[in-house]
Write a new protein. Structure first.
Length: 540
Protein backbone atom coordinates (compact mmCIF):
# COMPACT_ATOMS: atom_id res chain seq x y z
CA UNK A 1 0.00 0.00 0.00
CA UNK A 2 1.34 3.45 -0.94
CA UNK A 3 1.90 6.45 1.30
CA UNK A 4 -0.85 8.87 2.27
CA UNK A 5 -2.06 11.05 -0.60
CA UNK A 6 -2.72 14.75 -0.63
CA UNK A 7 -6.48 15.41 -0.95
CA UNK A 8 -5.89 18.08 -3.59
CA UNK A 9 -3.98 15.51 -5.66
CA UNK A 10 -6.80 12.96 -5.25
CA UNK A 11 -9.51 15.39 -6.34
CA UNK A 12 -7.46 16.53 -9.33
CA UNK A 13 -6.92 12.93 -10.44
CA UNK A 14 -10.61 12.06 -10.06
CA UNK A 15 -11.75 15.12 -12.01
CA UNK A 16 -9.25 14.33 -14.76
CA UNK A 17 -10.56 10.75 -14.95
CA UNK A 18 -14.15 11.99 -15.13
CA UNK A 19 -13.27 14.42 -17.91
CA UNK A 20 -11.58 11.59 -19.84
CA UNK A 21 -14.67 9.39 -19.50
CA UNK A 22 -16.82 12.11 -21.08
CA UNK A 23 -14.24 13.06 -23.71
CA UNK A 24 -13.65 9.46 -24.86
CA UNK A 25 -17.32 8.43 -24.74
CA UNK A 26 -16.55 5.96 -21.94
CA UNK A 27 -19.21 7.15 -19.50
CA UNK A 28 -21.01 3.83 -19.95
CA UNK A 29 -17.97 2.01 -18.54
CA UNK A 30 -18.58 3.59 -15.13
CA UNK A 31 -22.27 2.62 -15.25
CA UNK A 32 -21.21 -0.96 -16.02
CA UNK A 33 -18.97 -1.01 -12.94
CA UNK A 34 -21.87 0.31 -10.85
CA UNK A 35 -24.06 -2.47 -12.31
CA UNK A 36 -21.67 -5.19 -11.12
CA UNK A 37 -23.57 -5.58 -7.86
CA UNK A 38 -20.78 -4.35 -5.57
CA UNK A 39 -21.27 -1.19 -3.51
CA UNK A 40 -18.20 0.77 -4.56
CA UNK A 41 -18.02 4.41 -3.61
CA UNK A 42 -18.47 6.85 -6.49
CA UNK A 43 -14.74 7.66 -6.50
CA UNK A 44 -13.68 4.01 -6.58
CA UNK A 45 -16.24 3.16 -9.28
CA UNK A 46 -14.68 5.94 -11.35
CA UNK A 47 -11.14 4.66 -10.73
CA UNK A 48 -12.07 1.05 -11.60
CA UNK A 49 -13.86 2.16 -14.77
CA UNK A 50 -10.78 4.01 -15.96
CA UNK A 51 -8.38 1.12 -15.27
CA UNK A 52 -10.42 -2.05 -15.81
CA UNK A 53 -13.97 -1.32 -17.03
CA UNK A 54 -14.78 -5.01 -17.49
CA UNK A 55 -14.24 -5.75 -13.77
CA UNK A 56 -17.07 -7.65 -12.08
CA UNK A 57 -15.65 -8.50 -8.63
CA UNK A 58 -12.56 -6.97 -7.03
CA UNK A 59 -10.73 -7.97 -3.85
CA UNK A 60 -7.32 -7.42 -2.29
CA UNK A 61 -4.49 -9.94 -2.72
CA UNK A 62 -4.95 -11.53 0.72
CA UNK A 63 -8.76 -11.45 0.43
CA UNK A 64 -8.55 -13.58 -2.70
CA UNK A 65 -6.26 -16.00 -0.88
CA UNK A 66 -8.78 -16.29 1.97
CA UNK A 67 -11.42 -17.17 -0.63
CA UNK A 68 -9.25 -19.91 -2.09
CA UNK A 69 -8.01 -18.05 -5.17
CA UNK A 70 -4.57 -16.78 -6.17
CA UNK A 71 -3.74 -13.68 -8.22
CA UNK A 72 -2.09 -14.72 -11.48
CA UNK A 73 1.59 -13.87 -11.85
CA UNK A 74 2.27 -10.62 -13.66
CA UNK A 75 -1.19 -9.17 -13.11
CA UNK A 76 -1.34 -5.40 -12.61
CA UNK A 77 -3.40 -4.27 -9.63
CA UNK A 78 -6.26 -1.76 -9.80
CA UNK A 79 -5.75 1.41 -7.76
CA UNK A 80 -8.56 2.33 -5.36
CA UNK A 81 -8.83 4.82 -2.51
CA UNK A 82 -8.65 3.41 1.01
CA UNK A 83 -9.19 5.63 4.08
CA UNK A 84 -6.44 5.69 6.71
CA UNK A 85 -7.11 6.36 10.38
CA UNK A 86 -5.36 7.77 13.40
CA UNK A 87 -6.28 7.72 17.08
CA UNK A 88 -7.23 11.07 18.58
CA UNK A 89 -8.23 12.12 22.08
CA UNK A 90 -11.52 14.02 22.23
CA UNK A 91 -13.68 15.36 25.02
CA UNK A 92 -16.84 13.46 25.91
CA UNK A 93 -20.02 15.34 25.10
CA UNK A 94 -23.55 14.89 26.45
CA UNK A 95 -25.47 14.13 23.25
CA UNK A 96 -28.69 15.63 24.62
CA UNK A 97 -27.36 18.94 25.98
CA UNK A 98 -24.10 19.39 24.08
CA UNK A 99 -22.28 19.99 27.35
CA UNK A 100 -18.82 18.60 28.10
CA UNK A 101 -18.97 15.69 30.53
CA UNK A 102 -16.81 16.06 33.65
CA UNK A 103 -15.42 13.60 36.17
CA UNK A 104 -15.87 13.70 39.94
CA UNK A 105 -13.07 16.29 40.23
CA UNK A 106 -14.76 18.61 37.74
CA UNK A 107 -12.22 17.95 34.98
CA UNK A 108 -13.38 17.31 31.39
CA UNK A 109 -13.62 13.61 30.52
CA UNK A 110 -11.95 12.38 27.35
CA UNK A 111 -11.87 9.27 25.21
CA UNK A 112 -9.81 7.86 22.34
CA UNK A 113 -11.50 7.63 18.95
CA UNK A 114 -10.52 6.71 15.42
CA UNK A 115 -10.36 9.63 13.00
CA UNK A 116 -9.87 9.59 9.23
CA UNK A 117 -6.49 11.15 8.59
CA UNK A 118 -6.52 10.84 4.81
CA UNK A 119 -6.43 8.28 2.01
CA UNK A 120 -3.90 5.92 0.51
CA UNK A 121 -3.92 4.03 -2.76
CA UNK A 122 -4.68 0.35 -2.29
CA UNK A 123 -4.29 -2.42 -4.87
CA UNK A 124 -7.14 -4.76 -5.75
CA UNK A 125 -7.60 -7.37 -8.48
CA UNK A 126 -10.60 -8.46 -10.52
CA UNK A 127 -11.73 -12.08 -10.34
CA UNK A 128 -10.64 -12.49 -13.98
CA UNK A 129 -7.06 -11.87 -12.79
CA UNK A 130 -7.19 -14.82 -10.40
CA UNK A 131 -7.56 -18.59 -10.50
CA UNK A 132 -8.65 -21.21 -8.00
CA UNK A 133 -11.85 -22.07 -6.17
CA UNK A 134 -15.11 -21.04 -7.88
CA UNK A 135 -16.79 -18.03 -6.27
CA UNK A 136 -20.58 -18.22 -6.63
CA UNK A 137 -22.04 -14.87 -7.71
CA UNK A 138 -25.55 -13.87 -6.61
CA UNK A 139 -25.92 -11.62 -9.66
CA UNK A 140 -25.37 -14.58 -12.02
CA UNK A 141 -27.85 -16.62 -10.00
CA UNK A 142 -30.55 -13.90 -10.24
CA UNK A 143 -29.98 -13.33 -13.94
CA UNK A 144 -30.55 -17.01 -14.61
CA UNK A 145 -33.77 -16.94 -12.56
CA UNK A 146 -35.17 -13.92 -14.44
CA UNK A 147 -34.67 -15.41 -17.88
CA UNK A 148 -38.11 -16.90 -17.26
CA UNK A 149 -40.92 -14.43 -18.21
CA UNK A 150 -43.01 -15.97 -15.43
CA UNK A 151 -40.36 -15.19 -12.79
CA UNK A 152 -39.91 -11.65 -14.12
CA UNK A 153 -43.68 -11.03 -14.13
CA UNK A 154 -43.93 -12.30 -10.56
CA UNK A 155 -41.13 -9.95 -9.46
CA UNK A 156 -42.73 -7.00 -11.29
CA UNK A 157 -46.13 -7.64 -9.68
CA UNK A 158 -44.69 -8.09 -6.18
CA UNK A 159 -42.78 -4.82 -6.47
CA UNK A 160 -45.95 -2.92 -7.40
CA UNK A 161 -48.04 -4.61 -4.70
CA UNK A 162 -45.51 -3.85 -1.96
CA UNK A 163 -45.04 -0.25 -3.08
CA UNK A 164 -48.78 0.43 -3.15
CA UNK A 165 -49.34 -1.24 0.22
CA UNK A 166 -46.48 0.45 2.13
CA UNK A 167 -48.05 2.56 4.94
CA UNK A 168 -45.45 5.36 4.85
CA UNK A 169 -45.19 5.58 1.05
CA UNK A 170 -47.35 8.04 -0.93
CA UNK A 171 -46.20 6.64 -4.29
CA UNK A 172 -48.81 4.65 -6.25
CA UNK A 173 -48.08 2.48 -9.30
CA UNK A 174 -50.87 1.61 -11.74
CA UNK A 175 -51.27 -0.19 -15.07
CA UNK A 176 -53.47 1.58 -17.62
CA UNK A 177 -54.06 1.08 -21.34
CA UNK A 178 -53.86 4.27 -23.44
CA UNK A 179 -54.27 3.15 -27.03
CA UNK A 180 -53.91 6.64 -28.52
CA UNK A 181 -50.58 7.34 -26.80
CA UNK A 182 -47.07 6.22 -27.77
CA UNK A 183 -45.33 6.42 -24.39
CA UNK A 184 -44.55 3.31 -22.37
CA UNK A 185 -45.31 4.99 -19.04
CA UNK A 186 -44.90 8.17 -17.02
CA UNK A 187 -44.39 9.58 -13.51
CA UNK A 188 -46.57 12.42 -12.21
CA UNK A 189 -44.86 14.08 -9.25
CA UNK A 190 -47.89 16.20 -8.36
CA UNK A 191 -49.98 13.19 -7.32
CA UNK A 192 -47.06 10.79 -6.79
CA UNK A 193 -48.27 8.28 -9.39
CA UNK A 194 -46.48 6.00 -11.86
CA UNK A 195 -48.52 4.72 -14.81
CA UNK A 196 -47.39 1.77 -16.95
CA UNK A 197 -49.09 2.03 -20.35
CA UNK A 198 -49.91 -1.61 -21.17
CA UNK A 199 -51.05 -0.66 -24.68
CA UNK A 200 -47.38 0.01 -25.48
CA UNK A 201 -45.49 -1.91 -22.78
CA UNK A 202 -46.82 -5.43 -23.29
CA UNK A 203 -44.14 -8.01 -22.48
CA UNK A 204 -42.75 -8.68 -19.01
CA UNK A 205 -39.37 -7.20 -19.94
CA UNK A 206 -40.91 -4.08 -21.53
CA UNK A 207 -43.03 -3.36 -18.43
CA UNK A 208 -40.05 -4.02 -16.14
CA UNK A 209 -37.86 -1.55 -18.08
CA UNK A 210 -40.53 1.16 -17.95
CA UNK A 211 -41.11 0.54 -14.25
CA UNK A 212 -37.47 1.00 -13.24
CA UNK A 213 -37.14 4.13 -15.40
CA UNK A 214 -40.22 5.81 -13.94
CA UNK A 215 -39.39 4.60 -10.42
CA UNK A 216 -36.00 6.33 -10.78
CA UNK A 217 -37.85 9.55 -11.64
CA UNK A 218 -40.05 9.16 -8.56
CA UNK A 219 -37.02 8.81 -6.29
CA UNK A 220 -34.81 11.43 -7.93
CA UNK A 221 -37.23 14.14 -9.03
CA UNK A 222 -40.04 14.24 -6.48
CA UNK A 223 -41.30 17.55 -5.10
CA UNK A 224 -38.77 17.71 -2.26
CA UNK A 225 -35.65 17.09 -4.36
CA UNK A 226 -33.49 20.12 -5.23
CA UNK A 227 -32.83 18.68 -8.71
CA UNK A 228 -36.52 18.52 -9.65
CA UNK A 229 -36.37 21.86 -11.52
CA UNK A 230 -33.31 21.09 -13.64
CA UNK A 231 -33.84 20.77 -17.41
CA UNK A 232 -35.99 17.88 -18.63
CA UNK A 233 -33.01 16.44 -20.51
CA UNK A 234 -30.99 16.28 -17.28
CA UNK A 235 -33.76 14.43 -15.46
CA UNK A 236 -34.29 12.01 -18.35
CA UNK A 237 -30.56 11.32 -18.49
CA UNK A 238 -30.50 10.55 -14.76
CA UNK A 239 -33.52 8.21 -14.94
CA UNK A 240 -32.08 6.50 -18.00
CA UNK A 241 -28.70 5.97 -16.30
CA UNK A 242 -30.38 4.48 -13.21
CA UNK A 243 -32.55 2.22 -15.38
CA UNK A 244 -29.45 1.19 -17.36
CA UNK A 245 -27.60 0.12 -14.19
CA UNK A 246 -30.57 -1.88 -12.89
CA UNK A 247 -31.18 -3.48 -16.31
CA UNK A 248 -27.54 -4.46 -16.67
CA UNK A 249 -27.50 -5.96 -13.19
CA UNK A 250 -30.44 -8.19 -14.07
CA UNK A 251 -28.99 -9.17 -17.46
CA UNK A 252 -31.18 -7.09 -19.79
CA UNK A 253 -29.21 -5.47 -22.62
CA UNK A 254 -30.10 -1.82 -23.09
CA UNK A 255 -28.64 1.31 -24.67
CA UNK A 256 -28.29 4.90 -23.48
CA UNK A 257 -30.24 7.25 -25.75
CA UNK A 258 -29.44 10.35 -23.67
CA UNK A 259 -25.71 10.31 -24.41
CA UNK A 260 -25.98 13.73 -26.04
CA UNK A 261 -27.28 15.35 -22.87
CA UNK A 262 -24.95 13.31 -20.64
CA UNK A 263 -22.03 14.80 -22.56
CA UNK A 264 -23.09 18.28 -21.38
CA UNK A 265 -22.38 17.22 -17.80
CA UNK A 266 -18.68 17.55 -18.63
CA UNK A 267 -19.22 21.34 -18.63
CA UNK A 268 -20.02 21.31 -14.91
CA UNK A 269 -18.17 18.51 -13.12
CA UNK A 270 -19.71 19.36 -9.73
CA UNK A 271 -23.21 18.99 -11.17
CA UNK A 272 -22.08 15.81 -12.94
CA UNK A 273 -20.76 14.31 -9.69
CA UNK A 274 -23.99 15.10 -7.86
CA UNK A 275 -26.11 13.70 -10.69
CA UNK A 276 -24.10 10.47 -10.94
CA UNK A 277 -23.92 9.95 -7.18
CA UNK A 278 -27.71 10.24 -6.99
CA UNK A 279 -28.02 7.78 -9.87
CA UNK A 280 -25.71 5.34 -8.08
CA UNK A 281 -27.59 5.59 -4.77
CA UNK A 282 -31.02 5.15 -6.38
CA UNK A 283 -29.97 2.27 -8.63
CA UNK A 284 -28.38 0.40 -5.70
CA UNK A 285 -31.40 0.90 -3.45
CA UNK A 286 -33.69 -0.20 -6.32
CA UNK A 287 -31.67 -3.38 -6.85
CA UNK A 288 -31.76 -4.08 -3.11
CA UNK A 289 -35.53 -3.56 -3.13
CA UNK A 290 -36.06 -5.96 -6.03
CA UNK A 291 -33.69 -8.51 -4.49
CA UNK A 292 -35.58 -8.36 -1.19
CA UNK A 293 -38.65 -9.59 -3.10
CA UNK A 294 -36.65 -12.63 -4.23
CA UNK A 295 -35.28 -13.14 -0.74
CA UNK A 296 -36.12 -16.80 -0.29
CA UNK A 297 -34.32 -17.81 -3.49
CA UNK A 298 -31.35 -15.56 -2.74
CA UNK A 299 -31.13 -16.84 0.82
CA UNK A 300 -30.88 -20.40 -0.48
CA UNK A 301 -28.04 -19.25 -2.72
CA UNK A 302 -26.15 -17.60 0.16
CA UNK A 303 -26.67 -20.53 2.49
CA UNK A 304 -24.85 -22.70 -0.01
CA UNK A 305 -21.65 -20.64 0.54
CA UNK A 306 -19.94 -22.05 3.65
CA UNK A 307 -22.82 -21.22 6.03
CA UNK A 308 -21.21 -22.80 9.13
CA UNK A 309 -18.22 -20.46 9.09
CA UNK A 310 -20.48 -17.40 8.74
CA UNK A 311 -22.68 -18.66 11.59
CA UNK A 312 -19.71 -19.06 13.93
CA UNK A 313 -18.38 -15.58 13.12
CA UNK A 314 -21.78 -13.95 13.74
CA UNK A 315 -22.26 -15.80 17.04
CA UNK A 316 -18.83 -14.69 18.20
CA UNK A 317 -19.71 -11.09 17.32
CA UNK A 318 -23.10 -11.16 19.09
CA UNK A 319 -21.87 -13.36 21.97
CA UNK A 320 -25.14 -15.29 21.94
CA UNK A 321 -26.14 -18.48 20.08
CA UNK A 322 -28.25 -17.97 16.97
CA UNK A 323 -30.42 -20.89 18.14
CA UNK A 324 -31.94 -18.41 20.64
CA UNK A 325 -33.37 -16.63 17.57
CA UNK A 326 -32.87 -13.06 18.85
CA UNK A 327 -34.31 -9.92 17.25
CA UNK A 328 -31.59 -7.51 16.12
CA UNK A 329 -31.76 -3.79 15.29
CA UNK A 330 -29.52 -3.21 12.29
CA UNK A 331 -27.87 -0.08 10.93
CA UNK A 332 -27.03 0.45 7.26
CA UNK A 333 -24.88 3.51 7.91
CA UNK A 334 -24.01 4.15 4.27
CA UNK A 335 -27.65 4.59 3.24
CA UNK A 336 -28.93 5.91 6.56
CA UNK A 337 -31.34 3.02 7.14
CA UNK A 338 -32.38 1.22 10.33
CA UNK A 339 -34.33 -2.06 10.35
CA UNK A 340 -35.01 -4.83 12.84
CA UNK A 341 -34.70 -8.48 11.93
CA UNK A 342 -35.36 -11.75 13.71
CA UNK A 343 -32.93 -14.63 13.38
CA UNK A 344 -34.79 -17.66 12.01
CA UNK A 345 -33.83 -21.19 11.04
CA UNK A 346 -34.81 -22.92 7.81
CA UNK A 347 -36.66 -26.13 8.62
CA UNK A 348 -35.43 -27.84 5.46
CA UNK A 349 -31.66 -27.37 5.79
CA UNK A 350 -31.37 -25.97 9.38
CA UNK A 351 -29.50 -22.90 8.12
CA UNK A 352 -29.97 -19.51 9.83
CA UNK A 353 -31.13 -16.30 8.14
CA UNK A 354 -32.63 -12.91 9.06
CA UNK A 355 -36.24 -11.87 8.47
CA UNK A 356 -36.67 -8.07 8.59
CA UNK A 357 -39.69 -6.05 9.72
CA UNK A 358 -40.60 -5.61 6.03
CA UNK A 359 -40.49 -9.40 5.57
CA UNK A 360 -37.24 -9.27 3.62
CA UNK A 361 -34.97 -12.29 3.93
CA UNK A 362 -31.30 -11.43 4.54
CA UNK A 363 -28.35 -13.82 4.59
CA UNK A 364 -26.18 -13.89 7.71
CA UNK A 365 -23.33 -12.60 5.56
CA UNK A 366 -25.08 -9.19 5.50
CA UNK A 367 -24.07 -8.78 9.17
CA UNK A 368 -20.48 -8.85 7.97
CA UNK A 369 -20.74 -6.91 4.73
CA UNK A 370 -23.54 -4.38 5.06
CA UNK A 371 -25.25 -4.03 8.44
CA UNK A 372 -23.92 -3.19 11.90
CA UNK A 373 -25.85 -4.43 14.94
CA UNK A 374 -27.13 -1.47 16.95
CA UNK A 375 -29.08 -3.44 19.55
CA UNK A 376 -30.24 -6.92 20.41
CA UNK A 377 -33.84 -5.84 20.89
CA UNK A 378 -35.15 -9.15 22.19
CA UNK A 379 -33.73 -12.50 23.15
CA UNK A 380 -35.49 -15.45 24.80
CA UNK A 381 -38.61 -13.37 25.34
CA UNK A 382 -36.74 -10.59 27.18
CA UNK A 383 -36.36 -7.00 25.96
CA UNK A 384 -32.98 -5.34 25.60
CA UNK A 385 -31.43 -4.07 28.83
CA UNK A 386 -28.88 -1.74 27.26
CA UNK A 387 -30.16 0.39 24.38
CA UNK A 388 -27.54 1.95 22.11
CA UNK A 389 -28.49 5.14 20.26
CA UNK A 390 -27.48 5.77 16.66
CA UNK A 391 -25.97 9.12 17.75
CA UNK A 392 -23.54 7.17 19.94
CA UNK A 393 -22.62 4.86 17.05
CA UNK A 394 -21.98 7.46 14.34
CA UNK A 395 -19.65 10.45 14.52
CA UNK A 396 -18.69 13.34 12.24
CA UNK A 397 -14.94 13.37 11.60
CA UNK A 398 -13.01 16.24 10.02
CA UNK A 399 -10.68 15.32 7.16
CA UNK A 400 -7.41 17.03 6.43
CA UNK A 401 -8.79 18.79 3.33
CA UNK A 402 -11.44 20.54 5.44
CA UNK A 403 -14.39 18.32 4.48
CA UNK A 404 -16.19 15.98 6.89
CA UNK A 405 -16.92 12.25 6.92
CA UNK A 406 -19.42 10.22 8.90
CA UNK A 407 -17.73 7.27 10.59
CA UNK A 408 -19.23 4.40 12.52
CA UNK A 409 -18.09 2.95 15.83
CA UNK A 410 -14.55 1.63 15.52
CA UNK A 411 -13.59 4.27 12.95
CA UNK A 412 -14.99 2.53 9.86
CA UNK A 413 -15.95 5.06 7.19
CA UNK A 414 -19.55 5.04 5.89
CA UNK A 415 -18.28 6.67 2.66
CA UNK A 416 -20.46 9.69 3.45
CA UNK A 417 -18.60 12.98 3.06
CA UNK A 418 -19.92 16.52 3.53
CA UNK A 419 -18.64 20.05 2.95
CA UNK A 420 -19.97 21.25 6.31
CA UNK A 421 -19.96 19.60 9.71
CA UNK A 422 -23.64 20.52 10.14
CA UNK A 423 -24.52 18.45 7.05
CA UNK A 424 -22.90 15.37 8.59
CA UNK A 425 -24.72 16.00 11.85
CA UNK A 426 -28.02 16.30 9.95
CA UNK A 427 -27.36 12.92 8.31
CA UNK A 428 -26.72 11.32 11.71
CA UNK A 429 -29.92 12.86 13.09
CA UNK A 430 -31.84 11.42 10.14
CA UNK A 431 -30.46 7.98 11.02
CA UNK A 432 -31.34 8.55 14.70
CA UNK A 433 -34.90 9.49 13.75
CA UNK A 434 -35.14 6.36 11.61
CA UNK A 435 -34.06 4.36 14.68
CA UNK A 436 -36.90 5.83 16.76
CA UNK A 437 -39.46 4.93 14.09
CA UNK A 438 -37.99 1.45 13.68
CA UNK A 439 -38.09 0.87 17.45
CA UNK A 440 -41.75 1.90 17.43
CA UNK A 441 -42.46 -0.66 14.70
CA UNK A 442 -40.75 -3.32 16.75
CA UNK A 443 -42.76 -2.46 19.86
CA UNK A 444 -46.02 -2.53 17.89
CA UNK A 445 -45.30 -6.03 16.57
CA UNK A 446 -43.50 -7.76 19.42
CA UNK A 447 -45.25 -10.35 21.55
CA UNK A 448 -42.92 -9.62 24.47
CA UNK A 449 -44.65 -8.27 27.56
CA UNK A 450 -43.44 -5.36 29.70
CA UNK A 451 -42.56 -3.00 26.83
CA UNK A 452 -43.51 0.16 28.71
CA UNK A 453 -39.96 1.06 29.74
CA UNK A 454 -38.58 0.84 26.19
CA UNK A 455 -41.57 2.76 24.82
CA UNK A 456 -41.03 5.57 27.33
CA UNK A 457 -37.33 5.66 26.48
CA UNK A 458 -38.09 5.72 22.75
CA UNK A 459 -40.67 8.49 23.20
CA UNK A 460 -38.07 10.58 25.04
CA UNK A 461 -35.48 10.00 22.31
CA UNK A 462 -38.03 10.71 19.55
CA UNK A 463 -39.13 14.06 21.01
CA UNK A 464 -35.51 15.11 21.52
CA UNK A 465 -34.62 14.14 17.94
CA UNK A 466 -37.60 15.97 16.41
CA UNK A 467 -36.78 19.02 18.53
CA UNK A 468 -33.14 18.88 17.42
CA UNK A 469 -34.08 18.69 13.73
CA UNK A 470 -36.68 21.50 13.96
CA UNK A 471 -34.40 23.57 16.21
CA UNK A 472 -37.04 23.68 18.96
CA UNK A 473 -35.71 22.93 22.45
CA UNK A 474 -37.75 20.82 24.87
CA UNK A 475 -40.33 19.97 22.22
CA UNK A 476 -42.91 17.56 23.57
CA UNK A 477 -45.84 15.82 21.93
CA UNK A 478 -47.75 12.64 22.60
CA UNK A 479 -46.20 9.48 21.21
CA UNK A 480 -48.69 8.91 18.39
CA UNK A 481 -48.33 12.41 16.94
CA UNK A 482 -44.54 12.36 17.33
CA UNK A 483 -44.43 9.18 15.23
CA UNK A 484 -46.50 10.86 12.49
CA UNK A 485 -44.24 13.92 12.43
CA UNK A 486 -41.17 11.69 12.54
CA UNK A 487 -42.20 9.89 9.35
CA UNK A 488 -42.65 13.22 7.55
CA UNK A 489 -39.16 14.33 8.55
CA UNK A 490 -37.56 11.04 7.49
CA UNK A 491 -39.27 11.16 4.09
CA UNK A 492 -38.38 14.86 3.66
CA UNK A 493 -34.88 15.27 5.16
CA UNK A 494 -34.47 18.82 3.85
CA UNK A 495 -37.01 20.11 6.38
CA UNK A 496 -34.94 21.75 9.12
CA UNK A 497 -37.33 24.13 10.91
CA UNK A 498 -40.89 24.16 12.18
CA UNK A 499 -41.79 26.78 9.57
CA UNK A 500 -40.49 24.56 6.76
CA UNK A 501 -42.53 21.68 8.14
CA UNK A 502 -45.64 23.89 8.10
CA UNK A 503 -44.96 24.84 4.45
CA UNK A 504 -44.49 21.18 3.54
CA UNK A 505 -47.80 20.23 5.17
CA UNK A 506 -49.59 23.07 3.36
CA UNK A 507 -48.39 21.59 0.04
CA UNK A 508 -49.72 18.09 0.77
CA UNK A 509 -52.63 16.76 -1.26
CA UNK A 510 -55.71 17.66 0.84
CA UNK A 511 -57.57 14.63 -0.54
CA UNK A 512 -54.89 12.16 0.54
CA UNK A 513 -55.91 9.96 3.47
CA UNK A 514 -52.74 10.70 5.43
CA UNK A 515 -52.89 14.49 5.10
CA UNK A 516 -55.52 14.97 7.86
CA UNK A 517 -53.45 12.81 10.20
CA UNK A 518 -50.31 14.85 9.52
CA UNK A 519 -52.13 18.17 10.00
CA UNK A 520 -53.64 16.97 13.28
CA UNK A 521 -50.21 15.87 14.52
CA UNK A 522 -48.67 19.25 13.65
CA UNK A 523 -51.53 21.10 15.34
CA UNK A 524 -51.02 19.01 18.47
CA UNK A 525 -47.31 19.80 18.27
CA UNK A 526 -48.19 23.50 18.34
CA UNK A 527 -50.60 22.96 21.23
CA UNK A 528 -47.86 21.14 23.13
CA UNK A 529 -45.56 24.08 22.49
CA UNK A 530 -48.14 26.57 23.82
CA UNK A 531 -48.78 24.38 26.85
CA UNK A 532 -45.06 24.35 27.57
CA UNK A 533 -44.98 28.17 27.35
CA UNK A 534 -47.88 28.42 29.82
CA UNK A 535 -46.14 26.06 32.21
CA UNK A 536 -42.98 28.18 32.07
CA UNK A 537 -45.03 31.34 32.64
CA UNK A 538 -46.67 29.81 35.73
CA UNK A 539 -43.26 28.81 37.04
CA UNK A 540 -42.14 32.44 36.75
Amino acid sequence: MSTKLDLTEINARLEKNLEELFRNNRFQDMLNVMASGHQYSFNNALLIAMQRPEATMVRGFKQWQALGRQVNKGEKGIDILVPSFKKVEVQKINEQTGEILKDENGDPQSEIRQSISGFVMGKVFDVSQTEGKDIPNVRDFIQEELKSPESLTELYNRFIEQTNAHPSNSLVIREEAHQSESYGGYYNRNDEKIVINTAVSKTAEQKFRVLIHEYAHSQLHHKENDMKDLPRGHKEAQAECAAYIVSQYYGFDTDLSSTGYIATWAQDLNLAKQAIKEVQDISQSTIEHFNSLQSEKINEFYQSINPERIKEEVEAKLQIPLADQPTLQLLDAKNGLVVFAKVEQNERDSQFFLRTNTNRILPLSDLQERYAVLNILENKGQLVQEYKKAEDFLKVTKLENGTYAVTSEGGESTQRTFHKKAEGQQFIMKVALAQSLNTDRFLSKTAVKETQHLQQLNAKHLNARIGHILKEKNMKADYKHSITIGWQLVKNPRIQTKGELQQHIDRLNPDHSQTKEVKAAFKQLNVAEKTKDKEQELER
